[in-house]
Design a protein around this ligand. Structure first.
Ligand code: F6R
Length: 606
């Protein structure tokens, strides 16, 4: 999704804006642009495609020299990716960058056209720029206030006015924006990695607040101009944590960071060998009383919910429904005050998940967010939040965030089951101790990357692929399949192994490799029968199972073994080869692993 940056200080503003935008590339974008004051005039440069295109255009045009400006990476929603549709938008008087969607832009546009305004782009954003221009009569805050009262939808806005050549204004609603301060300099950005090179100190801008960046300082007011005191936060990530750290891609780095991410996430939530989520406001008393649990999320985060469902239902004996957030919102779900709705999100800004949270709150259900980004909208709006401590996840394809979402799901399930009396203290301690051993076991899986590279080399020319599994292995296969398709662009589907013969097996030929996951020992023989069925129809088969298990050649062409832990916890180990297979297949196909086509890291529109 779009990224916003802004700068006021003494440095070369164009350089700062480009550098900061490069740290937001992970959000996904298709064009970029900056607007900087040069000799009191707003100079704009924008280009379709990668940031490098913007940089060469800037160089060809002699650059823009100044110390105050705004920048943007755009992920097209209204109008195709093009130079004209790229941000910033505006005219010589007022220019803006925008993240989000203006829902009522058509009616504003018609009104402004009636007043003589001519629009150049197809974007919703340009209507905001023109509306600001319309209301501006010498007082920028007044123009912003009037504009804000007329626009509907979601937005984070960076605004500059020609009459104020050393000032950046910023406000937001439903799209994230931070305001950072360094020594005699100030920044705005959509996310923390953008500013880490310059400072770690930042504020979270809230709805209804206006930030004014001037003379290297920042002040906050409400839209009536009354001052607001805010608490400064300090990022605990350094720039290096947001860089590749020697790995070829962020995705590979993040896969290798999983053991550390799990340790950081679970260690503070274990007391005397028992899960303890009290620091997140979750007590055993609360957990005992819920009638139903809904897990609502999108994509990979939803897949973490599917694993959670199996685990919670198995040991906690409480019904769990997992919903795709975009469906949940509109399916009139039956939720009551006695239910708990769990929202899972790496970014904490996913539009559908956020709206699902609001719906759950409206219905009176208790809400719990499992979120990675501190201070994100979902984290702030939910009744309770368990932060996953994965650190910044830059690759679009989620790996370590999924892993820590699983870790939190397990801790939550153990504590809930113990609270309900369906899991003895002894069993709870045993499972918690096994969870603590997972990071070490993952390290040993990571050391087998050659096996995954080999499987990738076998899959690289495939056009279609099937993943199969039963129970937890099925939930996990869904994540393996998503990972492969999103970065390798090979079409793949995940099926419950027992469901194949009800239709899908007709697709199976020698051109359809099958990856089977069989870590659930009570279901092992049944899954193996299904693997034999596809093998008998010509499919090449790859099996992920416990490393001590040996299978005959009539089952698997190639087996990847992972260490044995309690079957309940096996998804945390079995997902790693699936992540690596997806990664290496994408690399072998020459794809842009970290920024797959058409995808954005944070989906802040519906
Ligand atoms: C896939 C992936 C997406 C996200 C989904 C939800 O690798 O990353 O499917 O999981 O867009 O995003 P968050 O977790 O930020 O709500």
């Amino acid at each position: 999704m779009c990224g916003i940056v802004g700068y006021v200080g003494k440095r070369d503003c164009s350089k700062v804006l480009i550098e900061s935008l490069s740290k937001l590339e992970y959000r996904g974008y298709d064009s970029a642009g900056i607007a900087v004051f040069e000799d009191g005039e707003i100079k704009t440069c924008k280009a379709r495609g990668e940031l490098a295109n913007l940089v060469s255009k800037l160089n060809n045009e002699g650059g823009i020299k100044g110390n105050c400006g705004i920048g943007h990476t755009r992920w097209a929603t209204h109008g195709e990716p093009s130079d004209i549709n790229s941000h910033p938008h505006g005219n010589a008087n007022v220019t803006i960058v925008h993240n989000g969607i203006i829902e009522n832009y058509k009616s504003i546009k018609t009104r402004l056209e009636g007043k003589g305004y001519v629009f150049q782009s197809q974007t919703d954003t340009e209507t905001v720029a023109k509306l600001l221009d319309y209301y501006y009569k010498g007082d920028p805050v007044e123009a912003i206030r009037k504009t804000e009262s007329k626009i509907e939808g979601s937005y984070a806005l960076g605004i500059i006015f020609r009459d104020f050549p050393d000032t950046v204004f910023a406000l937001r609603k439903d799209s994230p924006l931070i305001v950072a301060v360094g020594e005699d300099e100030a920044f705005i950005a959509s996310d923390v990695p953008a500013i880490l090179r310059y400072t770690k100190d930042y504020y979270l801008l809230e709805v209804g607040e206006l930030a004014t960046l001037k003379d290297g300082k920042v002040s906050f007011t409400n839209l009536d101009g009354e001052p607001i005191e805010k608490t400064m936060l300090t990022a605990n990530w350094d720039e290096e944590a947001a860089e590749k750290g020697g790995y070829e891609h962020y995705m590979l780095k993040e896969i290798h960071e999983q053991p550390t991410a799990i340790r950081t996430t679970i260690t503070p939530r274990i007391t005397d060998g028992m899960p303890n989520l009290e620091e997140c406001g979750i007590t055993e008393d609360m957990l005992r009383n819920y009638k139903n649990i809904f897990v609502v999320a999108c994509g990979t985060a939803m897949h973490a919910g599917l694993v959670g469902k199996y685990v919670i239902e198995k040991i906690g004996r409480i019904p769990v429904t997992v919903d795709v957030a975009s469906e949940f919102r509109y399916r009139h779900p039956i939720i009551t005050k006695e239910d708990l709705v769990v929202l899972v999100s790496q970014s904490g800004e996913t539009a559908d998940t956020k709206e699902a949270l609001r719906l759950a709150k409206k219905k009176g259900a208790a809400t719990l967010a499992i979120v990675n980004v501190k201070g994100s909208s979902i984290a702030r709006e939910a009744d309770h939040v368990i932060y996953t401590h994965a650190g910044p996840e830059i690759a679009v394809a989620s790996t370590k965030a999924y892993m820590v979402q699983l870790a939190v799901m397990y801790l939550f399930a153990f504590e809930l089951a113990h609270a309900k009396g369906t899991l003895s203290e002894e069993e709870c301690k045993r499972l918690t101790a096994e969870l603590c051993e997972i990071p070490k076991a993952i390290e040993s899986v990571l050391s087998q990357k050659d096996n995954c590279q080999y499987v990738a080399s076998q899959l690289v020319n495939s056009e279609n692929l099937l993943y199969i599994g039963r129970g937890l292995d099925y939930a996990l296969s869904m994540e393996g399949s998503l990972k492969l398709k999103e970065i390798s662009y090979i079409h793949s589907e995940s099926y419950a192994a027992g469901e194949l013969k009800h239709g899908t097996i007709s697709l199976v030929t020698e051109l359809m490799p099958v990856i089977a996951v069989a870590t659930q020992r009570e279901l092992f023989d049944k899954t193996v029968s299904n693997v034999k069925e596809v093998k008998a129809r010509g499919a090449k088969t790859y099996l992920v199972t416990h490393s001590y298990i040996r299978v005959d050649d009539d089952v698997a062409d190639y087996t990847i073994g992972v260490p044995t832990v309690d079957d309940l916890l096996m998804p945390m180990l079995a997902v790693v080869p699936l992540q690596l297979i997806a990664y290496y297949t994408s690399v072998l196909r020459g794809n842009n692993v970290d920024k797959p086509r058409n995808l954005a890291k944070s989906v802040t529109v519906e």
